[in-house]
Design a protein around this ligand. Structure first.
Ligand SMILES: *Cc1c(COP(=O)(O)O)cnc(C)c1O
Length: 387
């Protein structure tokens, strides 16, 4: 047996472990301190009742001979795929065949698994800083990766690659910077992909946080994107499904990859849980929409509070308007971990060091709008008093 040699090339990803260790050390020394968690990358609001009811009903169906179900279709039930098309795309003038939509257990697995469709001999471009899954999946496959710096100087929107690349990962609204792309900015990437015969993998996990009208919700709002883009969606951040698990991928026929992805899913994936698919369907009912919009509104209001509160403290902040993350520049030219430690020691506030998302994240920390509201308000007061 020979192991996959590329696993040893994975960067040690100790970010959240390191944060835990430092927080634990602080707790041991200050057992009475009340820590306020502002780094949290997971949703915190409870699910709308109508979604839980749908899951209970789906579970109940399985208890009866006449409504029992076995394996679900590998690409998901057509009622869910059609509902997604009707709700997420048709109102924007985008039309797909249901076979171009694949239901999954979430975007994390899709983003990792999609890498299987491509030869090792492809040049991959990934934003820096970034959500780590894109990098890790391509290292595991042994591919050459180039990084697209996202800096204050370019408003955290990468420049087109200087050297031609074959596969490009884009995530907008962005985790961790909260940056967004306008239609004109996204069009540059679609045109680039046409010119260079490249493929864009577009992560739309935070699409539901967009409220500005000039920000596209889907790459398919750009003409010509169907030939050059795969889009990954998740119910995790839009509907609070991080434990329920459901997402979907759009693989247009025009990419030439739809049949390959179907083949892959049929071999290696035996379908998303029936209960999760019913839960996902319930998010599209009027009551489901009301419930999830209320939760998103809550997080967005927390994001505005954090953005304003940090600004009032005199800090330099980005994002937070069409995204649940606020990207905050460390004062005094400190590095990410120095600012993290300062926030922990002086304010008892836990943030996420930006350098954990890539070299270009150095000098920043990420604040999350998924934080508990009263804790966020108190954290901001403490920061304002101590910066
Ligand atoms: C949270 C997140 C996802 C969603 O992951 P799931 O596996 O669907 O829970 C995808 N992309 C980014 C950038 C994220 O932050």
């Amino acid at each position: 047996m020979k192991i996959n040699p590329y696993y040893s090339q994975l960067p040690a990803n100790y970010l959240f472990h390191d944060i835990d260790l430092r927080v634990q050390a602080y707790r041991t020394q200050h057992p009475d301190a009340r820590l306020l968690r502002m780094g949290i990358g997971d949703v915190t609001r409870p699910l709308p009742r109508v979604i839980v009811d749908a899951m209970q009903q789906a579970a109940e169906e399985l208890a009866h001979e006449e409504s029992f179900r076995g394996y679900c279709p590998e690409n998901g039930y057509e009622w869910l795929r059609q509902t997604i098309i009707d709700h997420d795309f048709a109102p924007r003038g985008i039309h797909f065949h249901p076979d171009e939509v694949f239901i999954s257990e979430g975007a994390g697995s899709d983003l990792g698994n999609l890498s299987e469709l491509f030869d090792r001999d492809n040049k991959v471009a990934i934003m820096d800083p970034t959500y780590p899954a894109y990098v890790d999946a391509n290292i595991m496959a042994g591919r050459e990766i180039s990084f697209l710096p996202c800096l204050k100087e370019n408003q955290f929107v990468p420049e087109l690659p200087a050297q031609p690349v074959d596969i490009i990962y884009l995530c907008f609204p962005n985790n961790p910077t909260g940056a967004v792309l306008t239609r004109d900015q996204l069009r540059l990437w679609v045109d680039y992909a046409h010119r260079h015969h490249s493929l864009i993998i577009f992560d739309a996990a935070y699409e539901a946080y967009i409220s500005s009208p000039d920000i596209p919700h889907s790459i398919y709002e750009i003409e010509g994107a169907r030939e050059v883009a795969i889009e990954v969606h998740s119910f995790s951040k839009s509907a609070g499904f991080t434990s329920v698990r459901c997402g979907y991928v759009v693989v247009p026929f025009e990419t030439g990859l739809q049949a390959m992805w179907m083949r892959r899913q049929c071999t290696k994936y035996n379908g998303t849980a029936y209960v999760s698919q019913r839960a996902a369907q319930a998010t599209f009912t009027p009551e489901g929409q009301k419930g999830i919009r209320a939760n998103i509104g809550y997080y967005k209001a927390t994001a505005s509070l954090i953005l304003q509160g940090l600004r009032d403290a005199g800090l330099e902040v980005y994002g937070g308007e069409n995204a649940p993350y606020i990207w905050c520049r460390a004062p005094h030219r400190w590095d990410s971990w120095t600012f993290f430690e300062y926030l922990l020691n002086r304010c008892q506030v836990v943030s996420t060091p930006g350098v954990g998302f890539g070299r270009c994240g150095e000098g920043f920390v990420r604040f999350s709008a998924f934080a508990n509201r009263p804790a966020a308000i108190e954290a901001l007061q403490r920061i304002q008093e101590n910066i």
